[in-house]
Design a protein. Structure first.
Length: 106
């Protein structure tokens, strides 16, 4: 498995009435670790191949580094699709080009 990159390559905007915590719990139910930092304006979800920040509201923003992107893109957004969350997401390549590789919608 490829290592998680040092910079974000996944950026998404979630259009939902769910709270940040409810979104994080979707990932927690799928086996991800949910982290609540001291800074209460965001949550984090992590697994072996991704580290995502969940922040803001209306829309909720979710972003972070993901290994093997775009190969893992559908697995990454599966909890959102299963819950019927409307979203747009962009997957970028590695530095220095960071070209847009894939766009997702749900």
């Amino acid at each position: 498995m490829a290592e998680v990159p040092n910079s974000s390559n996944f950026f998404s905007s979630l259009h939902t009435s769910m709270s940040r915590r409810e979104v994080a719990e979707l990932f927690g139910a799928a086996g991800w670790e949910v982290i609540e930092p001291d800074d209460l304006d965001h949550l984090e979800v992590r697994c072996l191949w991704a580290e995502l920040v969940i922040e803001a509201e209306s829309p909720i923003l979710m972003h972070g580094p993901v290994a093997d992107l775009p190969a893992r893109a559908e697995e990454l957004v599966a909890p959102l699709r299963a819950a019927g969350v409307s979203f747009t997401a962009e997957c970028y390549g590695s530095e220095p080009e960071q070209a847009l590789l894939l766009e997702l919608r749900g």
